[in-house]
Design a protein. Structure first.
Length: 401
């Protein structure tokens, strides 16, 4: 017997809508019923999620291995795309002659309008058998694994923060979507299922109008304008904005009363901005003056809520805490600390010094204004002119119980 060739029938799924979640997708599509059968369906479909509109009787979900000859008959007189000899071909099927049916495979001759391919094989996808109706059109809605999205951002720091967000669609379902309405949902959705391990494919970069985000029961649904082919996945821009931002410098001190030696701290740079639109969780790459600064993670962020991102530690700024006096007994704790902040930069900076207290609600005496972050944490906000060092003293009292 001649070597059998593998034919992959790739009937394009003309879905009406695909809505992407972090690790699965919701699909809504109009499908034809032929002789009680709807086929093919994606191999990664979550069968228990199926909803069939206008269903009057029972239905059976068939994962594979049903009457292959009947399936092949449904291809008659249809335009199909298929891969043959590593080349993509297209044609209208005019006859199908099964040779051998073996398990979930069938070997057959396939004739098209102007050519014929002998002794091929096909492995079918899942299908539905409907008791009623037996023909016509219906709408299917279901969840499927193997297709998902990730969010990435790029941000440039200039006079304003210029932010651009992309969704990276990863399709490892081996199923083809053509001309679908595309959306994705931002938020944490709970679903009981077994994840499907997708295979990453080559991505194409697409240009698109920006997506609109609509709130849906505590989540946000982005609807991307136009229709999309999701053959190999894509990078699709969905948000673009310029927003004001500030860089705040923060240094944290601990172990008050336990460490009386001079402590030095570098300042962490905190990027703060308030986006007017919701931002789904994703990685962000930050640049300034053609220099890469950091890769960070934006959490799910509601519109007009402040986003805080910790950049690297500042190279120049430094703070010291010097213990001037210290007393401790069974009933009383007293400590007097001097904070010294040096600014070697050529510009004024605003810094915050955080002190994490060993006991809550300690008595504090200082001429420097401070705020309480919580019962055990205070912070000082200090404006420091260029090329200047600033110092202030703070006394801490606590009567032990």
């Amino acid at each position: 017997m001649k070597k059998m060739l593998l034919l992959l029938i790739a009937v394009w799924l003309m879905a009406d809508e695909v809505v992407l979640y972090r690790d699965f997708a919701f699909v809504r599509e109009s499908r034809q019923i032929r002789d009680h059968i709807i086929s093919p369906l994606p191999k990664t479909i979550v069968a228990q999620s199926l909803y069939i509109q206008n269903l009057k009787g029972h239905y059976r979900f068939i994962p594979g291995g049903f009457d292959q000859a009947k399936f092949l008959q449904t291809l008659l007189h249809k335009e199909v795309e298929f891969e043959y000899d590593k080349k993509l071909k297209k044609g209208k099927v005019i006859s199908v002659d099964p040779l051998i049916i073996q398990g979930d495979r069938v070997y057959f001759d396939l004739s098209f309008t102007n050519f014929r391919i002998p002794k091929l094989t096909i492995q079918t996808s899942p299908s539905l058998y409907l008791q009623d109706p037996s023909s016509g059109e219906t709408t299917l809605m279901y969840l499927m694994n193997g297709i998902s999205y990730q969010v990435t951002y790029s941000a440039k720091l200039a006079k304003e923060l210029k932010l651009r967000g992309y969704i990276q669609i990863q399709d490892g379902s081996n199923y083809k979507f053509r001309s679908v309405k595309l959306g994705f949902v931002a938020g944490d959705v709970r679903r009981a299922y077994t994840p499907y391990g997708y295979r990453t494919k080559t991505m194409s970069v697409a240009a698109a109008p920006m997506a609109e985000a609509k709130p849906v029961q505590g989540l946000y649904k982005y609807e991307i304008p136009g229709t999309w082919d999701l053959q190999n996945g894509a990078f699709i821009p969905f948000v673009q904005m310029s927003v004001p931002y500030i860089i705040r410098y923060r240094a944290d001190f601990y172990d008050l009363g336990y460490n009386t030696s001079t402590m030095k701290r570098k300042f962490r740079q905190i990027l703060l901005f308030t986006p007017p639109k919701p931002l789904p969780r994703g990685e962000i790459n930050i640049y300034k003056a053609n220099t890469f600064l950091s890769t960070l993670t934006i959490p799910n962020s509601a519109p007009n809520s402040q986003v805080r991102l910790g950049l690297s530690y500042d190279f120049d700024l430094e703070a010291k805490r010097i213990t001037k006096e210290y007393k401790s007994s069974k009933k009383l704790f007293f400590s007097k600390e001097r904070y010294v902040i040096k600014n070697p930069k050529n510009r004024q900076v605003q810094v915050r010094i955080y002190e994490h207290l060993p006991w809550p609600n300690m008595q504090i005496q200082t001429s420097q204004k401070y705020h309480k972050a919580d019962a055990s944490t205070i912070y000082f906000t200090v404006e420091i002119p260029p090329k200047v060092s600033v110092a202030f003293d703070v006394s801490y009292h606590y009567r032990k119980k």
